[in-house]
Design a protein around this ligand. Structure first.
Ligand code: IPE
Ligand code: IPE
Ligand code: MG
Length: 246
């Protein structure tokens, strides 16, 4: 599926090295079918498989998915329980294939707040896929970008107070190295589904120069083809980084 689009992507050349996705619209997808919201989240699992496969096919190196925000803890307990159970289900059903395909999974966020079962599953999939080199898959769960930046600031202050760091050594790189994404380059492309034109506390620092792509498609309907459409649009953009085009 989407082989024609993939061909066009290859002809264009440069593929985004790092793609980030705000997977939104599961609730509306369920509502549109008169189903309970958790069934929308469940349907969204298929789209995760689609984008992982699409990134492997296209040669994207890093895929960062926003799965659950710190603010999402304010949702009804029943929905949170369903999402935690879904995380365990996803890991149980996908770990072997992810590892086979060379996908290295990392979970970014406050894992202390996860249920015990979910936390254990996260540890298992990270260990099982640690050697993956084809694609880095970051799942942002219980994640807050302001929280992450605040932690980095506190860490820098502690290092200065302890005499391990001088204030003049604090530059952009010093901050970036203390974020959860320290290992990876910044996202080149941010995709948000369901038409919402906002960032919702996701990767505020890292998205400084990402190309933004908002699609009305609801997350459970998002396929590999939609990913390829986004990459093609990315390839048409003129990334100037504040300079003028030659
Ligand atoms: C995204 O879908 C998944 C999570 C935030 C966990 P939503 O649940 O936000 O779906 P909508 O926005 O209500 O349609
Ligand atoms: C953002 O979606 C978080 C995730 C996709 C996990 P939300 O649905 O929580 O964001 P808002 O509330 O519309 O900004
Ligand atoms: Mg939403």
């Amino acid at each position: 599926m989407g082989g024609d689009l993939l061909q066009r992507i290859r002809v264009h050349g440069a593929v985004p090295q790092h793609v980030a996705v705000i997977m939104d619209g599961n609730g509306r997808w369920a509502k549109g079918r008169s189903l309970p919201r958790p069934l929308g989240h469940h349907a969204g699992m298929k789209s995760v498989r689609e984008v992982v496969a699409g990134c492997l096919d296209a040669g994207v190196e890093v895929l960062t998915l926003f799965a659950f925000s710190q603010e999402n803890w304010q949702r009804p307990a029943s929905e949170i329980e369903a999402l935690m159970a879904l995380l365990e289900e996803y890991i149980a059903s996908e770990s072997a294939e992810l590892s086979e395909r060379g996908v290295r999974v990392r979970v970014l966020g406050d894992r202390d707040r996860l249920t015990e079962g979910a936390r254990a599953a996260v540890g298992r999939v990270e260990a099982q896929t640690a050697d993956g080199r084809a694609l880095a898959l970051n799942l942002c769960i219980s994640y807050s970008s302001r929280g992450e930046i605040t932690r980095a600031a506190r860490q820098l202050a502690e290092e200065v107070a302890a005499g391990r760091l001088r204030p003049e050594e604090i530059d952009e790189d010093a901050i970036a190295r203390r974020l959860l994404t320290a290992e990876w380059p910044d996202p080149d492309l941010l995709i948000r589904t369901s038409g919402e034109m906002r960032i919702s506390n996701f990767l505020l620092w890292q998205l400084a120069y990402a190309e933004l792509y908002v699609t009305p498609v609801l997350w459970p309907d998002f396929t590999r083809r939609d990913l390829f459409e986004a990459i093609l649009e990315f390839q048409r953009r003129d990334r100037r980084f504040g300079r003028v085009t030659a």
